[in-house]
Design a protein around this ligand. Sequence first.
Ligand SMILES: *Cc1c(COP(=O)(O)O)cnc(C)c1O
Length: 397
Amino acid sequence: MALDYRNLPADVSARTAAIHAGQLPSPYMENAEAIYMTSGFTYASAEEAEAAFKGDIERYVYSRYANPTVSMFEERLRLLEGAEACMATGSGMAAVFAALACQISAGERLVASRALFSSCHVIATQILPRFGVETELVDGTDLAAWERALSRPAKLTFLETPSNPMLDIIDLKAVAEMSHRAGAMLVVDNVFATPVFQRPLEFGADVVTYSTTKHIDGQGRSLGGAVLGSQEFVTEKLLPFLRHTGPALSPFNAWIALKGLETLELRVRAAAESAARVADFLAAHPKVAQTIYPGRTDCAGHDLAKRQMSGFGTLTTFRLKGGKAACFKALNALQTIRISNNLGDAKSLICHPDTTTHAKVPAEDKRLLGIDDSMLRLSVGLESADDLIADLDRAFA
Ligand SMILES: *Cc1c(COP(=O)(O)O)cnc(C)c1O
C-alpha cells in the first residue's frame, strides 16, 4: 500500500528514524502516533468500495489485511532493519510459523539449527512434518554439519543466533552462502540480538523474524511479532498467507511496539552494558561453574560475535555448582531479579530452562545442546547493575 508517511531526510541515522519514521499523520496532526482501534473501514460510496476491492485505489479495507497503526509499526521496523518489506503478526511464534509455512510445501526440506526457542523446535520437528515437510536438525555452530545437510537440495534453512538459552553464535554469512548453493532461503530468528546489535540481511539472510514481545516492547506488556524480507517475498508469499490465515497484530499492541522502537536502542545498549558487568561478576564468583556471555573473550562464539554483532546482547547464561538444588535455592533467595521465563524486559528476569522453557525438549536434544539442571538464564534489565550484582551475591551466599 502506498502510504503518505511523514517525510524525513533520506540520510538520517537509525536512532533518528526510530523516533520519527513511518508516522502516518491524521488530519488532526497529532504528535504521538494514533491508535486506529478499528476492525473495518467504511466507504463514501458504493463505487469507492468497488474500486477498493478491484485494487484500483489503495486504501484500508479490513484490519486483518492492514491497519494504519500496524502499518506505522511495520514501516518503522522496516527502516531500522534495512529491509524492503515488513509485516507484523500477533506474536513471535505467528511470525516464525508464517515465515516458514508461507513458502515450504510437502516433500520439501527444512534444515534448522538444533538450538531453537522451544516452540520453534516444535514447529520444525512436529508441526511442519505433519504436512509432509522433512526437517533435519544440525549443530548450528558446526559448519561441516550444515555442509553435509545442505549437500542435498533444501527449501529453507532456519536458525537463531545468539541461541536460547546457550547463546551459541552461528556464522550467518557462511550459512547463508551454503543455503543459497542448496537452493534454500535462510530465515533468522533475531530476537536475542535485536535489530540494534545484528542485521542478518547484511550477511545474506533472506528473512528475519522477531517476537516484539521481548526487547521491542521491552516492558512486558504485549505480544507481537514481525517478519522482514524482500518485497518479492512479502508480496508473493507472506502477504497472501497472513491475509488468509489471519494472525494479525492488534492495533493497540502495534502501538505499544511502535512506541517501544523509539527507545529500543537506548534500552538495549544500557541493558547490554549491565549484562557485561553482571557476566564478569558471575565468571569471578566461586559458586559459578561456567558463565556464557558472547562479549567475554572466554566465550566460544566471541570472535564470530564481534564480526557479525555490534553489541553482545542483554542475556547471560551460567552454571551453578550444586546443580538443580543450588539453582532453586539461589532463585528463591533473589529479591530484585524475578523468576520468569520471559526476557527482554526492563525488569531483570531469570529462569531455570531445564525445568521450564526447555522442560519438554527431548533429553537427547538437551544433552546435545548442553542444557542441564545446573543452568540459569538471566535476562538483564534496566536496573542499576550494582543492585543486580548485589542481589545475585546475596542469593549465592
Ligand atoms: C519469545 C521468542 C519467540 C516467540 O515469541 P512470542 O511473542 O512469545 O510468540 C520466538 N523466538 C525467540 C528466540 C523468542 O525468544
